[in-house]
Design a binder for this molecule. Structure first.
Ligand code: HSE
Length: 309
């Protein structure tokens, strides 16, 4: 077995749902990010190495980077394969799209090594196989923004219909309290039915958020960052959730909520100084209750997975 060529990619964190858009909206961040080295092999196999100390499976079929590549080389059936070195910086179970970063980074890198034979929707399709490995269901609200960059609307996954939404410059504050919430568990606890009145409110918010982004209307963005369906159930799993949200808004944040399936919480701000004030509030809250945490003040990443950073 020989290495034909190799590249490095930077695969960023993502915020799925964007509060009101469960499974249909997602946003790509500039920090944190994973780095991956991917080798093109002259043999039809996938080999995964983890260089970060997280106890993630290296069996390709059980690995979120491996399963999409197995599918990709199966479709190509050209006697080539991939070897992947993952250096994970986005903690699994953080709600920041850790599994998506592995899946998206792997398929973007592989496609680059192949001379970009696959389209972006193809890459999302492969990467969703990684999400299925991680959480038991295919969803694209992390892998699509990770591959496309910016904010994406996943209008449909079967068939795939992804729309990039233009966004104004915004600052994002993220706090990751150090508890792990597995996406599969956070989906399991959701009610299977919603009240029509709640659905109507949620539709209004999703449309309002998209319009707010496109029209650069900060007030509308803030008003639309409301979730009457998922947040009331999932926020119970996140210590001090309401306090983080309330104090962030008092500090000037437009709004925010649970990042993906949690436990991370994100807040959007118009100014960097506000985003930093929000970070201080978050730090004070978790220091007071003695729960270890990480915070990030970052911006929206309009590029997605970066080749040879
Ligand atoms: N939309 C998914 C969920 C994202 O909230 O379960 C998981 O990161």
């Amino acid at each position: 077995m020989n290495i034909i060529k190799k590249i490095t990619v930077r695969s960023p964190a993502t915020v799925a749902n964007l509060v009101c858009g469960f499974d249909v909206l997602g946003m790509c961040l500039n920090a944190p990010y994973d780095t991956m080295e991917v080798h093109l092999l002259d043999e039809q196999k996938v080999i995964i190495h983890s260089t970060d100390g997280y106890p993630l499976p290296t069996d390709p079929m059980l690995n979120t980077a491996g399963a999409p590549l197995v599918e990709m080389i199966g479709e190509l059936n050209a006697g080539i394969g991939f070897e992947v070195m993952i250096n994970k910086n986005i903690k699994p179970g953080s709600g920041l799209g850790s599994s998506a970063a592995s899946a998206a980074g792997a398929v973007v890198a592989a496609n680059h090594l192949l001379g970009n034979v696959f389209s972006k929707p193809d890459l999302v399709r492969f990467a969703m196989t990684g999400e299925k490995v991680a959480s038991g269901v295919k969803h694209a609200d992390n892998v699509a923004p990770c591959i496309y960059g910016g904010v994406t609307l996943i209008r449909s996954i079967f068939p795939l219909d992804i729309v990039s939404i233009p966004v104004p410059e915004l600052f994002v504050t993220v706090v990751h309290p150090q508890i792990e919430v597995k996406t599969a568990d956070a989906r399991q606890i959701l009610r299977k039915e919603v009240l029509l009145k709640d659905a109507i409110r949620q539709w209004g918010n999703i449309a309002g958020l998209v319009a707010g982004f496109m029209q650069n209307d900060m007030e509308l963005i803030g008003r639309s960052l409301e979730d009457v369906i998922i947040e009331p159930v999932r926020s119970i799993l996140i210590p001090a959730f309401d306090e983080v949200k309330n104090r962030s808004k008092i500090a000037g944040a437009l709004g925010g909520g649970i990042s993906g399936s949690g436990p991370s919480i994100f807040m959007l701000s118009k100014e960097e100084a506000t985003a930093k004030k929000v970070e201080t509030e978050m730090q004070e809250i978790y220091t007071k209750i003695d729960l270890p945490f990480y915070t990030y003040v970052t911006t929206i990443n309009n590029e997605g997975v970066k080749i040879n950073p």
